[in-house]
Design a protein around this ligand. Sequence first.
Ligand code: AP5
Ligand code: MG
Length: 214
Amino acid sequence: MNIILIGPPGAGKGTQARILEEERGMVQLSTGDMLREARTSGTELGKKVADIMDSGGLVTDDIVVGLIDEKLQSVNGDGFIFDGFPRTLTQAAALDDLLKANKKELGAVVEMQVDDDALVARITARSTCANCGEVYNDITRPIPDDGRCSTCGASDFRRRADDNEESLRTRLMEYYKKTAPLIGYYFHAGLLKPVNGLGEIDDVKGEIAASLGA
Ligand code: AP5
Ligand code: MG
């Protein structure tokens, strides 16, 4: 099954996508991760998007649609998890076309609902393994005592440049203005599954499983 995880910054999309990958063999397609990877490797694309990402704005639709198009043609898996894509109605229409062209369908759109206060607290406490991308949180999911990533054993952890209050304000505004309309779009398509994203990571995982019917 191919699914979308939709929700504001810090809702837990990446955290739950990695769990779904591990437990169900699905493949996470995070446009945010792809763009950060382009920046780390110093590509022209990475340089082009750096300032926009750090400020919390959205990069252009053609860039992210191009990234997803490339992945859909080159990656195989037991279902895709679209994480942070689509984020505009234009991207949603493009995804419909891409799925059709690749003879794939969307099974569900999971809307992760978390209130703004919790988002600020989560984001300002987040760190990520620089090697494998595992997501940690100073309060709710601390880095293990030995200072090594529980997934890959690396000991280098990063904070994201856009994880500060000012960028977060812009990211939230972008979400409510440009991404929230997709909730109506997918409700109308009969695909929307709202989930309470405020519980513990395991509880949210259970809610998502129930919403997917498994
Ligand atoms: P992106 O990387 O997608 O960032 P985002 O949408 O802002 O979402 P985050 O990754 O910040 O949050 P998340 O929901 O994944 O939460 P996480 O699981 O990490 O995009 C970054 C930028 O790239 C954009 O601003 C834009 O510039 C550009 N971009 C990307 N895609 C684009 C597109 N399609 N179009 C245009 N531009 C695009 O969790 C957060 C924290 O909370 C962690 O510390 C985690 O441990 C903790 N946590 C998770 N779940 C729980 C829980 N249940 N309880 C307690 N803590 C929890
Ligand atoms: Mg994420």
